[in-house]
Ligand binder design. Structure first.
Ligand code: C2E
Ligand code: CA
Ligand code: CA
Ligand code: CA
Length: 273
């Protein structure tokens, strides 16, 4: 480790995290237990059945315990390690989705893409590996935000088209939080739109928010997209979303993101009643 008494504790810890990430994500490093992929279910509001799950990475650090993605995703990106992290998450997402399928659950699986991913050729290689496997590409959803397209809009858009041409599904994540531009909705080959939690949270208390959500749902439906509400924590919000035509919900109300085994068990319990 590097020790510089001049650095404060936080900077010191960031440096340690970067060093750990290089070790964890080094080529050929054994897929360490430290980095785990959790899954959170997505439930249809019409049928109340589980139809998908989002892969969310967790870092079980030997000394710091569970490190949330918001604390290390930027470090991964800044240190040029994102392609490798994404490759791992994609690999695990595919493996689990096939496992659920073998257990009789035909779910989709969603993976988050960062801004950096969209401008690097590695991503398409990883996706070509998926195509060579058993999972039909339309069962894999790739989520990206409007802001992640802004790093290099032209190249990112080309990557998105290449992804769609391969048959994968594309989702616009955190919708409404960036400088949402209607031209993205027009240009992106997306089939899903995720309404950000900040809108979902205010849905019942704020009439303007409710009107924005209603308008967004109508617009997305006209464009042939399905709508997933993020961060649904209570039954009243779920009911309101259903009434205004939202298609699916994801949030703590149904389940927190769960480790592999717990997710598989949750799925069994939920479907056998
Ligand atoms: P996101 O893609 O918007 O993921 C949704 C976040 O909301 C997750 O946080 C999830 O745990 C949390 N969440 C879900 N339901 C609820 C709810 O009902 N209430 C509340 N308060 N929160 C809820 P998480 O797992 O901490 O991930 C944070 C962000 O880190 C993600 O936001 C995503 O942008 C990023 N991230 C996570 N995994 C990956 C990954 O594998 N690759 C990349 N590039 N980014 C990732
Ligand atoms: Ca997401
Ligand atoms: Ca989101
Ligand atoms: Ca978010």
């Amino acid at each position: 480790g590097v020790y510089d008494p001049g650095l404060d504790a936080r900077a010191q810890q960031q440096m340690q995290l970067v060093e750990d990430l290089h070790r964890l994500l080094a080529p050929g490093s054994p897929s360490a237990e430290e980095l785990q992929v959790y899954f959170q279910p997505q439930v249809s509001l019409g049928t109340n059945t589980v139809i998908g799950a989002e892969a969310l990475v967790r870092w079980h650090h030997p000394r710091l315990g569970v490190v949330e993605p918001l604390r290390f995703i930027d470090l991964v990106e800044q240190n040029g390690l994102m392609s490798r992290l994404t490759a791992r998450v994609v690999h695990e997402a595919v493996a689990q989705c096939l496992r659920w399928q073998r257990a009789g659950h035909d779910l989709r699986v969603s993976v988050n893409l960062s801004a950096g991913c969209l401008v690097q050729p590695d991503l398409l290689e990883v996706l070509d590996d998926v195509l060579a496997g058993e999972l039909p590409p339309q069962r894999m959803v790739l989520e990206m935000t409007e802001t992640s397209l802004m790093l290099d809009p032209e190249v990112s858009m080309r990557t998105m088209r290449a992804i769609a041409d391969r048959g994968f599904a594309i989702s616009i994540d955190d919708y409404g939080t960036g400088y949402s531009s209607l031209s993205y909705l027009n240009d992106l080959p997306a089939c899903e739109l995720k309404i950000d939690r900040s809108f979902v949270r205010r849905l019942l208390d704020d009439e303007r928010t409710r009107d924005i959500v209603i308008g967004t749902i109508e617009l997305a439906h006209r464009l042939g997209m399905r709508i997933v509400a993020e961060g649904v924590e209570d039954q009243d919000t779920l009911q309101a979303l259903h009434e205004i035509g939202c298609d699916e919900a994801q949030g703590y109300l149904h389940s927190r993101p769960l480790p592999l085994e717990q997710f598989a068990a949750w799925l069994e319990r939920r479907t056998t009643g």
